[in-house]
Design a binder for this molecule. Structure first.
Ligand SMILES: C[S@@+](CC[C@H](N)C(=O)[O-])C[C@H]1O[C@@H](n2cnc3c(N)ncnc32)[C@H](O)[C@@H]1O
Length: 314
């Protein structure tokens, strides 16, 4: 997104996250509501925060009085909370992990990776995600470490919540980026971080709010599993629930932008979203499919951008 209007930290996502929207920031930037440019919007709400690419980009451009971010993923929630509350200690924990990792040979690095992963998974039953504790700091450092050194930089868990991504062979993984973590912490000072279903954001939305929705993609085909960011799946009934929520927030006068994969990429007759959002503004923009287990299907696709306000891109 261009046109930075103030000098602010250049924070960017501190975790690599499936479905990250960095590649679409330019398209979103052209489609922001006029009220945002006019300074009439004071709140930002992002109910499916993931890696937060849009949250960070928008906070660099606009001064929101307060932001509210939410995700159902507990480990993601824990990581954001630790950056918000204990960034110094987190940096020191990560430094220890980084030094231990980089000082080893490739073979030993792999062993170290699995040691950290096993320790992280064994500790899960003891973690109370509802109450901030000092032990969260070590866990957040492990999450960032695993995210930076695992195969493909994914965060994937099995049904019991165990992190199961194998080791990734990187020559020089960027494990600790101290400046970025400090910049992220600065943005999080004015942010409320929530864990759970997207609907809990409702009480924070008013007519001065801009809401960005980036829900898990609707699977392109029945075998595709890109929506498994967490133990909880996101099914068509949830996409429908989201449309009802979109309408509810529209009724409150909020400005809303939603993006999703376009089912027409695979099935030209699939009008699922066109039907559900028929009373709103729907655009299709080109995107590159980044994560796909089926290599043959990488390439150009279109992404849906749906708004409850007219968009003038020229
Ligand atoms: C497409 S990703 C968001 C990507 C993000 N915009 C980025 O740039 O990295 C969707 C997110 O929705 C979360 N999620 C899944 N079901 C949810 C629910 N019912 N309520 C809130 N978040 C949910 C997932 O954990 C995942 O992080």
């Amino acid at each position: 997104m261009a046109n930075q209007t103030k000098s602010v930290p250049a924070a960017r996502p501190f975790l690599k996250w499936a479905g990250g929207k960095t590649q679409l920031l330019g398209e979103f930037g052209k489609r922001l509501p006029a009220e945002l440019h006019e300074g009439k919007i004071t709140r930002y709400v992002e109910p499916f925060i993931g890696g937060g690419a849009v949250f960070f980009a928008l906070n660099q451009r606009f001064s929101f009085e307060r932001s509210y971010i939410c995700d159902v993923n507990e480990e993601l929630f824990l990581s954001y909370r630790v950056v918000q509350r204990s960034v110094k200690k987190l940096i020191s924990e990560l430094e220890t992990l980084e030094t231990a990792y980089l000082s080893r040979s490739e073979k030993k690095r792999e062993e170290f990776y699995y040691e950290v992963r096993d320790g992280f998974n064994k500790k899960l039953p003891e973690i109370d995600f509802r109450k901030y504790k000092l032990e969260w700091i070590e866990r957040a450092a492990q999450i960032i470490f695993l995210n930076r050194t695992c195969y493909n930089g994914l965060f994937r868990v099995n049904r019991r919540g165990g992190f199961n991504v194998p080791f990734g062979r990187y020559k020089n993984p960027d494990i600790l980026n101290e400046d970025n973590l400090n910049d992220v912490a600065t943005f999080l000072k004015t942010t409320t971080i929530l864990q759970g279903d997207f609907t809990q954001c409702r009480k924070f939305v008013d007519k001065h709010t801009f809401v960005y929705f980036d829900p898990p993609y609707r699977p392109l085909n029945p075998t595709s599993s890109f929506t498994s960011y967490s133990k909880n799946g996101f099914y068509d009934k949830d996409q429908v629930r989201l449309v009802d929520f979109f309408k509810e927030l529209d009724g409150k006068g909020a400005k809303i932008l939603l993006s999703n994969s376009d089912p027409k990429n695979e099935h030209p007759d699939d009008t699922f979203f066109d039907d559900l959002f028929s009373e709103y503004f729907i655009e299709r923009v080109p995107a590159k499919r980044m994560i796909n287990c089926n290599g043959a299907r990488r390439g150009n696709i279109s992404e849906l951008i749906i708004t409850n306000y007219p968009v003038h891109t020229k």
